[in-house]
Design a protein around this ligand. Structure first.
Ligand code: ARG
Length: 458
């Protein structure tokens, strides 16, 4: 007979157990389920809802169950549907009638909402540390490349030179916002659902505040219907994960291109690449490609969650059991990718010469001449037009911008002088962009010394 079998005459069809079970995946909530149950039992005893001796028996029984699970002795049963009933059933078998007192004032609805939050809170602590590991790898590489010049792109066309540190710190900034989003998520989700019972609260004198404090929550979910029905916290987390994956996917795209034969600017370590079963010469950046691919998977999980929730009436509906796999999959995926990413970045060798050569096309410094003219008093629209003409002229006569004589330059831009002949080196170009947020080496150094120094110390 199942735990809810009192009003039934027949046992469930075997297919009901097969379709209804979540134990195959929600067993990973066991530790948090036990933690929540222990707090609940202790509170029940404090409130004199159950005898103290029963609470003690429950707590030690739950400890034993945790040992059994962790030593793989525990027998999970599909017929018992989920992690909550598997553990409660075992508890009653272990300690007898005291176990039957545990579920007073509680429903699986507020129980699962509590377990899920506790679990995700711990997962996010790990995830957050992994993001910081990636930031650390980026910053450590950036320190070595504050003067390494490469072309910056817009529209995948060479635009202006930048330093590699500036590029790497751009992603460090993006990952920092991801970290802050995780911190912010925690502030919003860290409220206790337990005590909401099935949907309406309880007639028993539960002390919810005591449980909240015991379990490290900042407060209570203040509406029982909301507490058991909301999965915003899961959706928001997968949304933060999606954004994080978007960042990882974009940097992957650049690394893939940088490692192409066309660019040849970087090479990832052999230990982070794969070969071809057919072409002996190949060394492929598959982990970057998989990062791009797995991003789709996390977005898919976000869409799944939003779609599960969009049409269900208050309060709990069984549809909500489908919330766990997408969240687990998203977290597993992001953690896996992040754990590969930090050492993969560390393994990256930079070919400074090839980067420099690519950034040395004087056309990348055309803007610098236009801005030099602005400094002489020319309106920017005029200087832009004049320099455009000069680019056209240099192409027509087949002489690169940095090889034009002053006379040739003045034939298009009469205001040009000797200084204009010195504008064509990429290292000069980046050094000139020495304002907050600019790509000058001095700016990158400043950022590394102030904003990111803590990552370099560890
Ligand atoms: N396994 C269920 C879930 O994850 C637990 C809650 C079940 N509640 C219920 N009323 N059937 O959603």
């Amino acid at each position: 007979m199942s735990m809810w079998g009192g009003r039934f005459d027949a046992a469930p069809n075997a297919l009901v157990a097969k379709m209804g079970e979540s134990i195959s995946y929600d067993r990973r909530l066991y530790k948090h389920d036990i933690r929540g149950s222990k707090a609940h039992a202790q509170m029940l005893a404090r409130q004199k809802i159950i005898p103290e001796s029963d609470a003690q028996a429950i707590v030690s029984g739950l400890d034993q169950i945790q040992n059994e699970i962790e030593s793989s002795e525990f027998e999970w049963s599909e017929a018992l549907e989920d992690v909550h009933m598997n553990i409660e059933d075992r508890l009653t078998k272990l300690i007898g009638p005291s176990g039957a007192r545990l579920h007073a004032g509680r429903s699986r609805n507020d129980q699962v909402a509590t377990d899920f939050r506790l679990y995700l809170r711990d997962e996010v602590d790990v995830l957050r540390a992994y993001v910081v590991d990636v930031q650390r790898a980026l910053v450590k590489l950036a320190v070595q490349h504050t003067k390494t010049v490469l072309p910056g792109f817009t529209h995948l066309q060479h635009a202006q030179p930048i330093v590699l540190a500036h590029y790497l710190l751009a992603y460090t900034e993006m990952f920092q916002r991801d970290v802050l989003r995780l911190d912010d998520w925690r502030k919003r989700m860290n409220y206790l659902p337990l005590g909401s019972s099935a949907l309406a609260g309880s007639t028993l004198p539960l002390d919810r505040n005591w449980v909240a404090e015991k379990l490290g929550f900042d407060g209570l979910c203040e509406n029982s219907l909301d507490a058991v029905s909301d999965r915003d916290f899961a959706i928001e987390l997968v949304s933060v994960c999606s954004m994080l994956m978007m960042h990882l996917s974009r940097i992957s795209e650049d690394i893939i291109f940088w490692m192409s034969q066309e660019a040849g600017w970087v090479e990832l370590g052999d230990d982070f690449c794969t070969g071809s079963s057919l072409m002996p010469q190949k060394k492929n950046p598959d982990m970057c490609e998989l990062t791009r691919g797995k991003t789709a998977r996390v977005y898919g999980n976000l869409t799944t969650l939003l779609t599960i929730m969009k049409g269900i009436p208050l309060a709990y509906n069984r549809d909500m059991q489908e919330d766990k796999e997408p969240v687990f999959d998203a977290l597993d995926t992001v953690k896996l990718v992040l754990s590969v990413y930090a050492p993969m970045i560390q393994s990256m060798k930079v070919n400074k010469d090839r980067m420099y050569d690519a950034a040395s096309d004087p056309a990348l410094m055309a803007t610098d001449l236009a801005e030099w003219l602005v400094k002489q008093g020319m309106p920017f629209r005029d200087s832009h037009h004049r320099v455009g003409k000069l680019v056209g002229y240099s192409r027509k006569i087949g002489v690169a911008l940095d090889n034009l004589t002053l006379e040739q330059m003045q034939s298009v831009i009469p205001e040009a002088n000797e200084e204009c002949l010195e504008l064509w080196k990429p290292e000069r170009s980046v050094a000139l962009r020495d304002l907050p947020g600019g790509t000058a080496p001095a700016q990158a150094l400043h950022q590394l010394k102030t904003k990111w120094a803590h990552l370099l110390e560890e």
